[in-house]
Design a protein around this ligand. Structure first.
Ligand SMILES: [Zn+2]
Length: 101
């Protein structure tokens, strides 16, 4: 029997409990403005394809991770809710903390 652990709170997720999977894709954004040809008809899939092709040339895993990275997390239902509310773990509304004279 396979046991899953929530990657946020580290507790076991029961087999009869809902489990959520978060897939994060992080990749380097290449600026198309550096090329002179008209880029307006290029779509993002094409760009991603280029990145993937570049990746194949990269033997070093460390450099590869900087260019393209997929992470996968298992979450319990409670942590899924927390994650969806604040996916980037940002500080709670600090920018509202300004003083008025
Ligand atoms: Zn959890």
């Amino acid at each position: 029997m396979i046991h899953f652990t929530c990657d946020m709170c580290r507790r076991n997720i029961d087999s009869d409990e809902l489990r959520y999977v978060v897939k994060m894709e992080v990749y380097a954004a290449y600026d198309p403005a550096t090329q002179e040809e008209d880029e307006s008809d290029r779509d993002h899939l094409e760009e991603l394809q280029e990145i993937l092709e570049r990746m194949e040339d990269v033997e070093n895993d460390e450099i590869g991770e900087e260019v393209y990275q997929i992470r996968r997390y298992d979450l319990c239902s409670e942590c899924r809710k927390k994650f969806c509310e604040n996916p980037l773990s940002m500080e709670p509304s600090k920018h509202f903390d300004f003083s008025q004279n």
